[in-house]
Design a protein around this ligand. Structure first.
Ligand SMILES: Cc1ncc(C[n+]2csc(CCOP(=O)(O)OP(=O)(O)O)c2C)c(N)n1
Ligand code: SF4
Ligand SMILES: [Mg+2]
Length: 305
């Protein structure tokens, strides 16, 4: 199905084996549409690699290199250097793709190195908030309170005890000229950000919020609805950091946020927050922290930081 206002050409998707309703598969459609024909992609191990390249088949219509779990940023650095040596650095886009486990945790050192060296490429994380391909383990991106196989909820546990790692600001602190958070629920906004990241010289980053019906436990037809709710509740604010300065896209008003409970109730990974009894304290903690985070982002944007 065409996505309104976006190029019709599809470079990813024919015959891939992702689960029905996979948000990450939508993320890859958006990334490849923004990249276009003159691009070389590299990707870490994870769901989107496994479902797209079962030998001898491939769902990719662009040059695509799978390396190891930790090193798409290093491979992208090498491709960039080779293009420079050939005098083609302005003609071909270099894009590294990783899941959150690869990007926030295991490949993070490689991303940090490439960003610190100022390599010319765009890193895209399809963020489904856990290590899905190996059985839903918690990652640095998994949100507080979510139950995963390595942060299971139970009598003594409310799920993951730590807040989601703030990779956006960690990479902005590497003096990246462009860092953006996007969501598959807002494809035109995501496409614009991906394009901007790709067209900006230097190491740039886009985090694409990509719900996973299998790992988050929700009906497959709810993917986009849940991604939209994440934005409307302030769980996933959409914003950019352009040369160190914040620009908030949405939501841009704390008082207009939908209650986070509406979002939490849609997913099995948060079910224990409501059963057998409602965990008022934890839900209030999540709600307050979301408001604080958004207030801080808005304040920084207003003050020109
Ligand atoms: C160094 C290394 N550690 C662990 C693995 C096993 N492994 C393969 S895919 C994967 C999970 C990937 O998680 P993520 O990056 O979030 O992508 P997703 O599966 O969620 O799409 C893991 C742990 C590996 N291949 N290499
Ligand atoms: S487990 Fe989740 S991320 Fe992996 S293919 Fe299925 S829906 Fe997509
Ligand atoms: Mg993941």
């Amino acid at each position: 199905m065409a996505i309104s206002g976006l190029p019709e050409e599809e470079y990813f998707g024919f015959g891939h084996r992702a689960c029905a309703g996979c948000g990450a598969a939508i993320a890859l459609r958006l990334i490849t549409k923004a990249a276009g024909k003159s691009s070389i992609l590299t990707q870490s191990t994870g769901c989107m690699e496994v479902v797209s390249s079962p030998y001898p088949e491939t769902a990719w219509k662009l040059p695509w290199i799978h390396g190891a779990f930790e090193n798409p940023a290093s491979i992208a650095s090498g491709i960039s250097a080779a293009l420079k040596a050939m005098g083609k650095e302005d003609k071909i886009n270099v894009i590294a793709i990783g899941g959150d486990g690869s990007s926030y945790d295991i490949g993070f050192g490689h991303i940090s190195g490439a960003f610190e060296r100022g390599e010319n490429f765009t890193y895209c994380c399809y963020d489904n908030e856990a290590y899905m391909n190996t059985g839903i383990q918690r990652s640095g991106s998994t949100p507080f309170g979510a139950s995963t196989t390595t942060s299971p909820s139970g009598k003594e546990s409310i799920g993951k005890k730590e807040w989601k790692k703030d990779l956006m600001h960690i990479l902005a602190a590497h003096a990246s000229p462009y860092v953006a958070s996007a969501s598959i629920a807002y494809p035109q906004d995501a496409f614009r950000k991906l394009k901007t990241a790709i067209e900006t010289r230097g190491p740039t980053f886009v985090n694409l919020f990509s719900p996973c019906p299998t790992g988050w436990r929700f009906p497959t037809e709810k993917t986009v609805e849940i991604a939209r709710l994440a934005v409307e509740t302030g769980v996933t604010p959409l914003y950019e950091i352009i040369n160190g300065k914040h620009k908030i896209n949405r939501p841009n008003d704390v008082s207009g946020l939908k209650p986070v409970e509406e979002y939490l109730r849609t997913q099995g990974r948060y079910r224990h927050l409501f059963r057998p009894e409602k965990k008022e304290k934890e839900i209030e903690f999540i709600q307050n922290r979301i408001k604080e985070n958004l207030s801080l982002l808005i304040e920084m944007a207003e003050k020109g930081f």
